[in-house]
Each structure stands twice: as C-alpha cells, then as structure tokens.
Design a protein around this ligand. Structure first.
Ligand SMILES: *Cc1c(COP(=O)(O)O)cnc(C)c1O
Length: 458
C-alpha cells in the first residue's frame, strides 16, 4: 500500500454540508435545562431573551443532520477543511507501533477550533437583527474567534476576559481590538456580578464562570443585545461536529479507523465535536472505538465532579444544566490552560460519559502536559496550545503502552489550537516555575456546597 501522507487533506467540495447532531442517536437525551426562575424544565421560549431564536432551536433539536447555511460554509472555507496529520516523527521518536493521527484546528488567526461555532453564532444573531453581542473569554481563543466572526458580520462585541488570562496574554487583547471588539478584564466594575465578586475579593484573578455572569448580565440589560457562549451548550457541540465529520472522511481516505479517540475537555465542545461522528458508529453498533476525555488535575470536573444540576455561571443567570460539575462556586487554580478552567462540562458529553458511551476521563498534571507539549513541538513542528497538550499527553501515554504490549493501535487526537499566545506558560515551564495544582477534598466539597437546591430533583 502507498505510504499514508503526512497531511491528509480534503478539498472544499468534500467538506461536510451538514452538522451532525449526536443527540439523534443517543439512547436517551440529557436531562432538560431548568429555568432558575420557575425551577421547572426550561422551554425553548425561555431562552429567547438570552440566545438568538435559531440557536435556541438548535439547542433543543434532536434532528440528526442540520444543513449548514451556504453563508456559513463560505466562511468555513476560508480556513477549512482542517488538515488531519499523521504524526510520523512522533511515532518514530516514541518507537511505537501505534499509528498516531491528529486533527489540527489551530490554523486560523484565533488559533483554535472556536471559530467553528463563533461564525454560526454571529451569523444567526445578525440574521435575526440583533445589534450587538457580549461574551466571556478565558484563554482568549473564544474572544478572538468571536471578534473575527463579528467583524465578518459587522456586529459590535464586548468581551469580558478572565483577568489572569488578560495579564498572561496581553497580545490577545490587541488581536481582538484589531477585529473591532471591546475587551474588559473580569471581574469588572461594569456589572453587578463583577462588583459582587470584587467586594468579596478585590484581588480575584477571575474565572470563566464570573466572566460569563458579567457577559450575560450585560446582554440582558442592553437593548437588542445577545450573549453568546463558546462551549458547553448543545448548539456549540453541534457546530463543532464538523471536526469529527471531516476527520472521519479523512481517515476513510487512507483506510484507517481510530481504535482510541482522545480530546481535551474544558467545557466539552471540541471533544464532543471530535467524537460525535465516531460516537454515532458506537451508538449504532457499527464500531467500538475507545473514547478518552482529558482534563487538568486542577479542574477535574469529570474525574472528581458530581453529575448534578448546576448553573453554567457563577452569577446564576443561565439555566441550570445536568452535568458533571465541581459547583459553580469552585474557583480553579490559575493554571495556564485557561480554556480548561471551567467548573462544569457539556450536558451531552456528561450524559455520554454517565451512560458509559464515552469510556474514560483522565486528569493530568500541568508539568506532564508541558513535557508532552515540548516533545510534540520538537518532533511535529507545531507549538501546541496548553489545552491541546492535555490530549497530546494521553496520546503519547497510549502510544507508549502500545510499545509495551506490541499492539499497533490507531490513535486519533484533537489538536485544538496553537500556542503562539501561550508563551508566558512555556516560559514558566522552562524556568521550572510551573506548579502541579490539585484541589484538596475540602476545596472540592466547598464547590459542591454551591450546588443549587431544586425542589423534588436535588
Ligand atoms: C477553549 C479551548 C479548549 C477547551 O474548550 P472545549 O469547549 O472543551 O473544547 C481546548 N483547546 C483550545 C485550544 C481552546 O481554545
């Protein structure tokens, strides 16, 4: 057989024309969102003040395939299809019989997969006549992606950026401003939610949860403004399904199918998007790949969290979702993988994990992640984002295990982004200043204490 190329490409014409909604094939949907005002399951209309109506419909949809509007396809084609790469050099270095593939989503200016959902979210809001958007950003990739998408559709945007990330990544702000966004470090004095956090702790480094609260509050108090969220929601997993759909086509081209599929998990969107098309094969009994979610030891929502209803934000304005969570009150350590510092996990990913379809979750230490990141950068020539390096860590561990057992397994992992804006993190690693944070049981219990009480449910 001819040698498999380093980069397996698809043409624009081969790009999938529909998103795939894994909920259509799940044995059972995840539990419904709960409206915090009524404490009853949220109706679609309840979400209209917060999200664009078409996005609300997608949030509730159980249709198997949802066509991607041509306007969105045309934007996708500026940077997609994304390459699927065979990690020959890494395989050689590890001396493993495993075949290692990675899907690289870091080739657009935002540097991550997040643009895949930013574009449709901006598009549907614009189509509905919404005149401005707000959002939060942790590591900065989502804010950058949405700034780009808002520039495409001429929509003003306010970005609440987690303060520690704003300090660690000052150049992110410059990129967002280039695309016309206004960037506000969170917690801020602009909102009641931000002022409350600052009153309790004036030196608070911020968290994704607080930034979400500030963005949602701004959206609901600004006329004709909407909030958009870069992860967690079903609509985001749906948009990200393009990652797995493309990967599957690319693997088919070289006659491969993954035995192990690995993704890093922050809010679960790239993981959900990468695994969806393969999960369909598992749910319909065609194939049985082993799925692994990787999270930081510092923010272990799947490995140490509870499967419970929780708020998606610390300000308690979003609906409550049943998910693996550390509690919206959990304050994760300031690790460098800012995109993975989130207390909860996508309800879809949570349900798949709870039901055993998503096989495994693993938590890894920050220094081990950067060992893997540096090894990968040296061999495969891409400087990975710290979030993505969580998946690299486990891919390497699995490839080493293949060497030990002599099994030539096919491994696919999601390389969600590049690390060009994460140089502070790399610097700290090189100077041996990086710490392996891990919350104590007391800290975890404190987070659980913040879980909401819902009459008759929990
Ligand atoms: C945001 C981000 C993540 C984590 O978010 P998910 O919703 O869990 O995918 C992972 N990698 C990169 C590069 C990111 O920007």
């Amino acid at each position: 057989m001819a040698k498999i190329p380093n980069r397996i490409l698809l043409s624009e014409d081969e790009m999938p024309q529909s998103w795939y909604n894994v909920k259509a094939d799940m044995k059972e949907n995840h539990d419904p969102f709960i409206n915090p005002q009524t404490m009853k399951p949220a109706k679609m209309e309840d979400l209209f003040p917060v999200f664009a109506e078409e996005l609300c419909r997608q949030e509730f949809s159980t249709e198997r395939y949802i066509p991607i509007p041509e306007e969105i396809l045309n934007k996708y084609k500026m940077y997609r299809p994304a390459p699927l790469c065979r990690a020959y050099a890494l395989e050689k270095l590890l001396d493993t019989p495993a075949h290692i593939y990675y899907k690289y989503e870091g080739q657009n200016t935002s540097g991550s997969h997040k643009l895949n959902s930013a574009i449709p979210q901006a598009y549907y809001n614009k189509a509905q006549g919404i005149t401005s958007l707000t959002t939060e950003t942790g590591a900065g990739q989502w804010g950058t992606a949405l700034s780009m998408a808002c520039a495409f559709y001429d929509l003003p945007l306010k970005v609440f950026m987690v303060k520690i990330s704003a300090q660690q990544k000052p150049y992110r702000k410059a990129v967002m401003e280039t695309y016309g966004a206004q960037v506000i470090p969170s917690p801020s004095m602009e909102t009641a939610a931000g002022r409350a956090v600052l009153a309790a702790d004036p030196n608070c480094n911020g968290s994704l949860g607080t930034a979400i609260s500030e963005a949602v509050e701004t959206a609901v108090t600004t006329p004709n403004c909407r909030y958009v969220l870069g992860s967690v929601l079903d609509q985001v997993v749906l948009h990200q399904s393009i990652i797995g759909l493309e990967s599957k086509l690319q693997m088919e081209k070289v006659d491969e199918y993954p035995d192990i599929i690995i993704g890093c998990a922050g809010g679960g969107s790239n993981l959900g998007g990468l695994i969806s098309a393969f999960m369909q094969d598992k749910l319909t009994g065609k194939r049985n790949p082993h799925f692994i979610a990787v999270e930081p030891k510092a923010c272990p929502s799947m490995t140490r969290g509870k499967y419970a209803y929780d708020y998606c934000d610390t300000g308690h304005v979003t609906p409550m979702a049943k998910m693996y969570t550390l509690g919206a009150g959990f304050m994760p350590a300031s690790i460098h993988a800012g995109g993975l510092r989130y207390h909860g996990m996508s309800p879809i990913v949570s349900k798949l994990y709870h039901d055993g379809a998503l096989d495994e979750a693993r938590a890894v230490y920050q220094n081990d992640v950067f060992d893997a990141a540096v090894l990968f950068a040296k061999t495969e020539a891409i400087l990975p984002a710290p979030e993505s390096a969580h998946a690299i860590r486990v891919a390497i561990d699995e490839a080493i295990r293949c060497k030990e057992t002599g099994e030539a397994k096919t491994i696919l992992f999601g390389l969600t982004g590049n690390g060009s804006f994460d140089l502070t993190a790399y610097q700290s690693y090189h100077e041996n200043k990086m710490q392996n944070y891990e919350p104590t049981d007391e800290e975890i219990q404190k987070g659980f204490a913040s879980l909401p009480k819902i009459p008759g449910i929990q």
